[in-house]
Design a protein around this ligand. Structure first.
Ligand SMILES: C[S@@+](CC[C@H](N)C(=O)[O-])C[C@H]1O[C@@H](n2cnc3c(N)ncnc32)[C@H](O)[C@@H]1O
Length: 193
């Protein structure tokens, strides 16, 4: 099967960082993300090769430390998660050969809805350094587990650079922190191509 006929859906894909290695390899990548496309209204094609999903984490992430698990708006938070799962199920119901799917979120309260994740990683395990190195990330789905390229967390001085952001806790904006680490994306692609 030619790469160009393998459809990859990158749901809530933002910058498309997770699916970029697939796009670079000539797959038919469709980034379904706001402001262009609302995942809640999206109708998938009948046959899809792989689905990546990274729904917003605001209502689940522990980085949002001001709110405990009883103060979250799960109804709002689950809207995109449900839409992503609905798309995955819709493709499965077509008996299409969906080779893999993965749904990503920072480690937080999504396990209350999806159960415990199948795979977890930290960006530093895939070569990320500096302020974006630490972010416990969980994945649900079925896929081949990407192999970390770094075994031990590098001991390094991380300069605190103040940015114009409310996320002063981490020193990097939440938008920057939401971008899938390119090293992880590459390793995921290599394990699931
Ligand atoms: C957690 S971020 C994922 C970022 C992505 N991993 C990246 O590398 O850029 C979630 C993304 O979903 C988008 N989003 C939020 N609500 C959406 C919706 N209803 N439909 C589609 N995309 C949505 C946001 O704009 C944001 O870019």
């Amino acid at each position: 099967m030619e790469n160009s006929s393998k459809i990859i859906l990158d749901l809530c894909g933002g910058t498309g960082s997770w699916s970029k290695p697939y796009a670079d390899a000539g797959y038919d990548v469709r980034v379904i993300t706001l402001p262009e496309i609302d995942v809640r209204l999206y109708e998938p094609p009948a046959t899809v090769y792989g689905i990546l999903a990274a729904p917003p984490c605001k209502e689940f992430s522990k980085a949002n430390w001001r709110k405990n698990r009883h103060q979250r708006n799960y109804k709002e938070g689950m809207e995109c998660v449900e839409a992503c799962l609905k798309i995955i199920w819709q493709v499965q119901k077509n008996k299409a050969p969906l080779i893999f799917w993965a749904l990503e979120n920072p480690e937080g309260y999504l396990y209350l809805f999806l159960g415990y994740p199948y795979y977890k990683f930290q960006p530093w395990q895939f070569g990320e350094i500096g302020m974006l190195a630490a972010k416990r990330t969980a994945l649900w789905g079925y896929f081949n587990k990407p192999k970390p390229t770094v075994k031990n967390r590098p001991l390094q001085f991380v300069p605190y650079v103040k940015e114009k952001t409310n996320d002063k806790w981490y020193g990097a904006s939440s938008m920057k922190r939401a971008i899938t680490p390119p090293g992880f994306a590459k390793a995921f692609f290599e394990a699931n191509r």
